[in-house]
Write a protein that binds this ligand. Structure first.
Ligand code: WQD
Length: 355
């Protein structure tokens, strides 16, 4: 059954052109790799604000294909029009490009609203002008805030956003829902990510945090390799078994595959509504201390860390109920947290050797 499903997924879809905004980014680049493997033709638009053009070389090393790349800013609607005119028929868009640092969004709310919402609205307008029928939107579990009940389902209440970043995801979903409702022939899917971690098993692509990493796993691997003195664990006084915060960590390649399945669902007319939302998570909560233990087991490195006070804005615990994506997309995570940590560690070592 699983073999058939995978064979079905990889059934050649040659020539279907997919614009991937933010395609040189962390999740975007892993998704471009899976799109190529599934026979699509990805075209990347990325202004390299939070990524590096060397990622194209990593994609080529994995797939043998160097995807077409437009070094443009989606907020410039003239440039966007130039891309659509040059590319001809575009079957779908996967939209990753956005600012995504929670802390930074509190310091620069207008930059976040302008960038994240203008780029989305420009894309939606271009879809209409050029009749691009399908959009996959990179959303986030951050729309749920601290859920009242766990695990989180797609009908769990969306709460007052805890940051301007989180609000741009909520607003983005609403803008897409209302726009698609006004266009009978167009469809969209929002994918609400939990916590993506790890790197491609080849270690040719991975996470490239700018400056000091905000996220847990890159901070762990940078500490283990000696770039950081120690990891600070932001609080162990939460109402959880070991006192540290709980999250739903999933491997970035599993996450990337979900995008191909969501795209295929719409292009094959299997979607059950014009606009659909899916949670993408393992369905299992892992605490910060458990994540550290998983890294130590996977890498064989003893991690230096200290317990400090809580980080403002952190929620206590969240993990997904991924059963809707399991059922409707035929998607589930396959990579364990230990395997994910091993790929993160391999990638950190590759970065060190590149210097
Ligand atoms: C995970 C846990 C921290 C760093 C992220 C993104 C956010 C959104 C959702 C995209 C928390 C703890 C972390 C450190 C620590 N992603 N931690 N020491 O906060 O769940 O949010 O995923 O939409 O943009 O930030 O992920 O990796 O920052 O933190 O103790 O040095 O690790 O307190 O409990 P988070 P994270």
């Amino acid at each position: 059954q699983e073999q058939n499903e995978m064979a079905d997924l990889l059934e050649p879809v040659m020539g279907r052109k997919v614009i991937v905004t933010g395609g040189t980014g962390y999740i975007g680049s892993h998704t471009v790799v899976e799109l190529i493997a599934a026979g699509y033709e990805p075209v990347i638009i990325d202004n390299l604000y939070n990524s590096d053009i060397s990622v194209l070389e990593g994609i080529r090393a994995i797939t043998g294909v160097t995807p077409k790349f437009w070094d443009y800013d989606l907020c410039d609607s003239q440039k966007l029009e130039e891309v659509f005119r040059a590319e001809g028929k575009v079957d779908a868009i996967i939209h990753f490009a956005a600012y995504k640092a929670v802390g930074e969004s509190v310091r620069k709310p207008l930059d976040y609203y302008r960038n994240n919402l203008t780029s989305l609205m420009n894309l939606l307008a271009a879809m209409d002008r050029h009749d691009t029928p399908a959009l996959v939107f990179s959303s986030s579990c951050t729309v749920y805030g601290q859920p009242d009940t766990l695990p989180v389902t797609e009908t769990s209440p969306v709460k007052e956003a805890a940051s301007p970043y989180g609000y741009t995801k909520q607003a983005g979903e609403t803008i897409i829902r209302d726009t698609i409702a006004a266009r009978p022939a167009h469809k969209a899917v929002s994918l609400r990510y939990f916590n993506p971690i790890g790197a491609h098993p080849t270690a040719f692509i991975g996470e490239l945090p700018r400056g000091v990493p905000e996220n847990l796993v890159p901070y762990i691997t940078q500490t283990a390799i000696g770039l950081r003195d120690e990891l600070k664990v932001f609080g162990t006084d939460y109402d959880t078994p070991d006192g540290s915060c709980i999250r739903d960590y999933l491997h970035v390649v599993d996450l990337a595959k979900a995008h191909v399945m969501a795209l295929r669902r719409m292009l094959d007319g299997e979607n059950k509504a014009g606009y659909e939302v899916f949670n993408l998570g393992m369905g299992k909560g892992v605490s910060v201390l458990e994540a550290i233990a998983a890294f130590e087991k996977a890498s064989g490195v003893k991690l230096k860390y200290t317990i400090t006070g809580r980080r403002a804005g952190d929620i206590e615990k969240i993990w997904a109920d991924p059963s809707l994506a399991n059922r409707e997309l035929g998607w589930k995570t396959e990579i364990t947290i230990e395997e994910a940590m091993e790929t993160a560690w391999r990638w950190e070592n590759r970065l060190k050797n590149k210097e």
